[in-house]
Design a protein around this ligand. Structure first.
Ligand SMILES: Nc1ncnc2c1ncn2[C@@H]1O[C@H](COP(=O)(O)OP(=O)(O)OP(=O)(O)O)[C@@H](O)[C@H]1O
Ligand SMILES: [Mg+2]
Length: 649
């Protein structure tokens, strides 16, 4: 039993009284069995305000509040102490001046040697200060929580020392998309990209925060739905009073918008710089080209006049070569004028698809046999307001560049699509916002370094060896696109191919869209014997065949195997003759291809070339339109076969 033993002897009693009196931090006093105050110490005087003479003989319940007295707490306290050997509680008590203080109270019963209850020892401690401090802390925590919970622009949350999320605020939910319930206890590395996780960035971030007291960075983070945002992140370590790490405070802000704005600004500045440079160069070259054109006009006309009077073979030859040089000079100045946007354009509304398809034969030929040209043209598209001839020249320049960039062959794609340019993008491109037709020319070639890509539009910039390129191709394209109210840009990386993207303002209407498949639209203007598709995997043989068909007046399309040929058939180009090798790589042979071709294009004439004797070939199963020729064939033979095949005589 935890009871106080009353000291027996007088000196001992005195010492005890002295000790108790010396205590000022505790009120220590005695009650008789009825609760009447029997002794008092200086601590009691200090807390409660009464001096010994005025309080001795009073009932201790006066220290209690009215409410506590109403519930008879004083009596119950004594009863509890007597019954259980101790009463211990915290509660409000009242001072002499009526003021309240928060007290920690212990009441112990006092028994005499015979076991009779002779009173109670009461020890009271004033905890007002501590309680105040606790309340202030609670309040400030509460306020802090409200503050953090009220923040929606910042993700503010805590991690335990291992990086597991321990709490979450609405800002975190808004930015990252997880609710508190689903994220608590999960590791924070899930907010990082796969690349960053693979590089161990989350661990490193905590490590740095721990070592340096703070981790502060920007980077891509991932939302719950998998989308990325550009985040500004601060991680602070949190230590307890014992200087032990108890976790991390993490504040994340979504600054994607700011980053985008910044990037847009930088791009716009770069674009402006580029535009100014091109403008200056353009003015210069435009001026030179203009003067040069006048000089050339004089030279050409003078040479023309000269030819009339010259009869000697040598003189004629000299004048002719001077004329050729002058013509070449004229073509160059034409390109320069195009670059400086001073060429007279005959713009009209054209449908990009019809325009490109009408030029497809030429483009395919320019590609050569190693490059596989694919066209991706929408059936319906807005019109563009362009000079058709200049458009074709530009496209040809791009195709030739692409071919040169793919000496070992590759894929070249010309794609048309449409886009709506918003204000930001429009500002970067330096053209008005609105609808645009997008023309993409993409190759899988050698690509370019950044330095080269920055200069490609400059006149006379070429990386090709002397005599191979003038460096005016892209200058023409650039000038033409700019003069047509458009925008052009290059995306390229060494070894990763090149994409040239052109935007031209989209217009309603224009020429008829190619609706009822009016195939004449796609036909080149020149008078031809028709179009032949030559399928041959051996480059040298292909070249010879191309030469022969060309000299016979055919427009030539080529394919290096059957699959490629079928792709060409599936496009909307008129083809009159299929000339194919019988033995071919990649599965399908010439005989099978011819059957497929006749299905796709009923009425097409097919001429199959084979190195085997005729007798080895299947004789049945072909209709009128198929004929064979054995390798090696001669020009005249081929011409004869074709004539018979096409005219029946
Ligand atoms: N598709 C491409 N892939 C890689 N580099 C390219 C591509 N297109 C252009 N280039 C680079 O840009 C340079 C300039 O091209 P541009 O067409 O203006 O001139 P060029 O082809 O060299 O000569 P020209 O076209 O006058 O005969 C090229 O020399 C080449 O280095
Ligand atoms: Mg070129």
């Amino acid at each position: 039993m935890n009871a106080v033993q009353v000291p027996e002897t007088a000196p001992e009693k005195e010492r005890f009284q002295l000790l108790v009196d010396a205590v000022t931090d505790y009120a220590i006093y005695m009650l008789d069995p009825n609760g009447i105050i029997a002794s008092w110490n200086s601590g009691a005087q200090r807390f409660k305000g009464y001096i010994e003479s005025e309080i001795l003989g009073e009932h201790f319940s006066r220290f209690y509040t009215d409410e506590d007295r109403a519930t008879e707490l004083p009596r119950r306290a004594l009863e509890t102490a007597a019954r259980e050997g101790k009463f211990e509680a915290e509660g409000w008590r009242v001072r002499k001046d009526g003021g309240r203080f928060w007290a920690h109270v212990v009441i112990d019963p006092i028994w005499d040697a015979k076991g009779n209850l002779i009173g109670y020892a009461k020890i009271t401690r004033d905890l007002t200060e501590r309680r105040k401090a606790e309340e202030a802390l609670k309040e400030s925590e509460q306020r802090f929580r409200l503050l953090v919970q009220g923040v929606t622009d910042y993700a503010i949350y805590m991690l335990d020392p291992e990086g597991y999320v321990s709490n979450w605020n609405p800002g975190a939910q808004r930015i990252k998309g997880y609710t508190e319930d689903e994220i608590r206890g999960k590791h924070f590395s899930r907010f990082y990209t796969d690349e960053d996780r693979a590089r161990g960035l989350p661990q490193r971030a905590l490590e740095i925060a721990r070592r340096e007291g703070r981790f502060d960075a920007e980077g891509w983070r991932v939302r719950k739905d998998g989308t990325r945002f550009w985040a500004s992140v601060v991680i602070d370590p949190i230590y307890n009073d014992m200087k032990r790490l108890i976790g991390f405070a993490k504040i994340t802000r979504d600054i994607t918008e700011r980053r985008n704005a910044q990037e847009a600004l930088e791009q716009a500045q770069a674009a402006l710089f580029q535009a100014q440079k091109m403008e200056t160069v353009g003015q210069l070259t435009g001026g030179i080209a203009h003067d040069f054109n006048n000089l050339l006009t004089i030279i050409v006309n003078s040479l023309d006049l000269l030819t009339r009077n010259v009869t000697g073979a040598r003189e004629t030859r000299l004048i002719e070569s001077a004329q050729r040089a002058a013509d070449r000079g004229a073509r160059l100045t034409q390109q320069l004028l195009a670059f400086s946007r001073r060429q007279p354009l005959q713009s009209e509304l054209r449908n990009p698809r019809t325009l490109i398809e009408g030029f497809e034969t030429v483009l395919r030929r320019a590609c050569g046999e190693l490059v596989n040209l694919r066209l991706s043209l929408p059936t319906r598209s807005s019109a563009i307001n362009v000079d058709g001839a200049q458009f074709e020249a530009a496209l040809l320049n791009l195709v030739v560049n692409a071919r040169d960039a793919m000496p070992d062959g590759g894929e070249l794609t010309i794609a048309v699509s449409e886009t709506e340019l918003n204000e930001t993008r429009a500002a970067i491109c330096n053209i008005p916002a609105g609808p645009y037709v997008v023309l993409n020319v993409r190759d899988t070639g050698i690509g370019m370094s950044k330095d080269v890509a920055e200069r490609v539009f400059e006149p006379f910039f070429t990386t090709k060896e002397f005599g191979k390129g003038t460096g005016l191709g892209l200058s023409q394209v650039y000038g033409f696109i700019m003069q047509s109210g458009g925008h052009i840009e290059v995306q390229s990386e060494p070894g990763k191919g090149t994409t040239i993207t052109m935007l031209l303002p989209a217009h309603d209407g224009g020429e008829e869209q190619d609706e009822e498949g009016s195939s004449d639209m796609g036909k080149p203007a020149r008078d031809t014997a028709g179009t032949v598709l030559i399928v041959e995997d051996e480059p040298a043989v292909l070249e010879v065949a191309m030469e022969i068909f060309d000299s016979l007046g055919y427009d030539v399309l080529t394919a290096t195997d059957a699959m490629h040929a079928i792709e060409v058939f599936e496009r909307d180009i008129p083809i009159d003759v299929l000339f194919s090798d019988v033995i071919m790589p990649n599965g399908m042979n010439g005989v099978e291809l011819s059957r497929k071709a006749q299905k796709l294009r009923p009425g097409i004439k097919v001429l199959l070339a084979s190195g085997y004797p005729m007798s080895a070939l299947p004789s049945e199963g072909f209709d009128e339109g198929v004929s064979f020729i054995s390798k090696p064939y001669r020009w005249t033979e081929l011409a004869d076969k074709l004539r018979v095949l096409r005219t029946g005589s």
